[in-house]
Design a protein around this ligand. Structure first.
Ligand SMILES: Nc1ncnc2c1ncn2[C@@H]1O[C@H](COP(=O)(O)OP(=O)(O)OP(=O)(O)O)[C@@H](O)[C@H]1O
Ligand SMILES: [Mg+2]
Length: 302
């Protein structure tokens, strides 16, 4: 049994002249969740669909559970769950009929009622799918993808359009599968979702993986930020190690690798001058900062 559930090497996928995935490497181990992030059009869905075997690679290799998903799709069918970015279920069937139809198509089908219960859709069981709300439909997509506890699960923006409570419920369900050994490859625009769920994160930028690593690795070396508002007529700031700029409105933004030292200097100075720094806040380097850097590099390169 291979430890790696998904292995992608030097993948390239083009739509005519447009190269959507341009030499990407990626692995996902059993019992691991990897988040694939990137701006709109970065190539996430294209990459996922190719690994799922729905789209042909132009170059490179893809292995899912040691098999070629393009050529050996049937052998993978019962072992892999897929949640597409947009689903196309018939609206006429009820929630339960839809889940049961999919169950019947799976070798290890699982239990339609149990899975609806798990995604808090049991009360909507006999409602035609077309009458479900957007968020309920998204949960039905997930319910179907996880039928029979697949060994590999692909989730393309699973929580887009979900209310905060449903999003948390989804995280619990997906987290539970990972604990039971499912390998999950997920895309999301919610950075906190990647932070909460992923053991590793890859940031895709115009078809290339611009960053990859654990959350700690990605934010290592990214400065902390101290933000505050200076009262009118305040004297010049004391010398700080931080790089000081102005942000939204009257905000002073100090980016620093020595937040503790700079904060002390700043507060001592404010006390000495009897100043009150309004809306003072300090935050650590975040995934959002990493994202901004990738975007900035993109602008510089363009
Ligand atoms: N069927 C298609 N034919 C031609 N070009 C396509 C097709 N599907 C996607 N593209 C293009 O390929 C690029 C990557 O698209 P893709 O859908 O993979 O991005 P994404 O990262 O999933 O974006 P999003 O966050 O908006 O879902 C985009 O430039 C897109 O316009
Ligand atoms: Mg997409």
């Amino acid at each position: 049994m291979t430890e790696l559930a998904i292995e992608v090497h030097d993948l390239r996928v083009a739509y005519g002249d447009h190269v959507a995935v341009d030499g990407a490497d990626l692995t996902v181990a059993r019992g691991e969740l990897v988040a694939l992030l990137g701006t709109n059009g970065a190539g996430k869905t294209t990459m996922l669909e190719t690994i799922e075997g729905h789209r042909r690679a132009d170059a490179g290799s893809v292995r899912v559970l040691g098999l070629d998903p393009g050529r050996e799709r049937l052998r993978l069918l019962g072992r892999v769950g897929v949640m597409l970015q947009e689903s196309g279920f018939s609206g006429e069937l009820t929630t339960w009929e839809t889940a049961d139809l999919w169950r019947s198509l799976r070798r290890r089908g699982g239990d339609a009622d149990a899975v609806l219960e798990r995604l808090e859709l049991a009360h909507r069981r006999d409602v035609p799918v077309k009458q479900l709300s957007g968020g309920e439909r998204r949960r039905l997509d997930l319910a179907i993808a996880i039928l029979g506890e697949p060994e590999v699960l692909f989730l393309d923006e699973p929580t887009t359009g979900l209310d905060p409570q449903s999003r948390r419920r989804t995280w619990e369900v997906v987290g539970g599968l990972v604990e039971n050994g499912t390998a999950v490859l997920l895309t999301t625009h919610y950075l906190e979702e990647a932070e909460a769920l992923a053991s590793r994160i890859a940031i895709l930028d115009r078809g290339r993986i611009a960053r990859r690593g654990t959350m700690a690795e990605l934010v290592a070396g990214i400065a902390a930020t101290i933000v505050f508002q200076l009262p009118a007529g305040a004297p010049a700031l004391p010398p700080l190690t931080a790089q000081v700029t102005t942000g939204h409105g009257d905000d002073v933004v100090a980016e620093t690798t020595e937040p503790q030292q700079d904060l002390r200097t700043l507060l001592d100075w404010a006390d000495a001058h009897r100043l009150r720094l309004a809306r003072l806040r300090v935050r650590d380097g975040s995934l959002e900062d990493v994202f901004e850097r990738v975007a900035h590099e993109q602008e510089v390169a363009a």
